[in-house]
Design a binder for this molecule. Sequence first.
Ligand SMILES: [Cu+2]
Length: 324
Amino acid sequence: MVAIKDLLVPLSTLSALLSTSLAAPATEAPATCTNPVLRKEWSAATAAERSSYLKAVLCLATKPSRIGLPTTLYDDFSYIHNQLNLHIHGVAQFLPWHRYFIHVYEAALKDCGYTGVAMYWDWAKASAAPASDPVWSLTAGFGGNGNTSTPNVPMSRCIDGPLKTLRPTYYGETVRSHCVLRDFVAAIPQADPPLQEMIGWQYSQEVIDGILSSNPTFFTFHSALEGGPHGVVHAGIAGWSNGDMGPLTSPNDPIFFLHHTMVDRVWWQWQQGNPGARTNDFSGNEFGDVPGTLDTVMLMNSLAPNRKVGDFMSTKTGDLCYRY
Ligand SMILES: [Cu+2]
């Protein structure tokens, strides 16, 4: 297997690219955001919106890489998410970086003909029976749990449904074309306490409400959300086979973006709890134990320009104009 690092562009090229992106003008920002668009929950979307979304996801896999890889635009998202791991997880910018990442993805879907906006999967609402949520529909959704009868050696458990033809290239640190793999954590009713399907009890609305009400500062709020429901949903979908939602190439599974849009929604709800104090509340350390600030530059490794944290704190300034 080829290691991902063997595909890396030489460091000099990369730093040249990075400085170009830093110098590049910011994408055209709306002058004002007076009419923010409403991001929808998947099951609240119309059949036409869902089908347009899924078609655009497939379309990404037909577009060339924007970052100089021999693979597709679809793969770019997984590739840089893995590449930037230490800069974007377990650090202060986890929430604003993923907010920006969703925005870049949404724009890519629109370039592929999608006319709607980013959507989310409300896993809190679904937490009592996450596996039967309509988001997994085999006809108009993300294709449910992996099917054990579809071996793709050494991986199996390929998804079905409209996205079953996807063949992401990267898996963790390796280059290995594969189907999208899911292995929902099964319920173990006889365990003590009983293990619920996809570990749903750890991301119930009650849990979310607790996180929202007991964390008045960004610092503890961010940790509770990233380390709690965010991580558990990844694990509940990836399962024991370490499906695509497990490794750092998790954007391979298109549900990643609906999951992270829900994470973004919970952050937005927290900000709405006290907009004056919380919209720009940002603290914690970045990679290398440097304190994060609103001026911290977030890397997008030439998939999009690098941008400052402060540009993505509000959903109604700069490039952003949406609400939940
Ligand atoms: Cu991530």
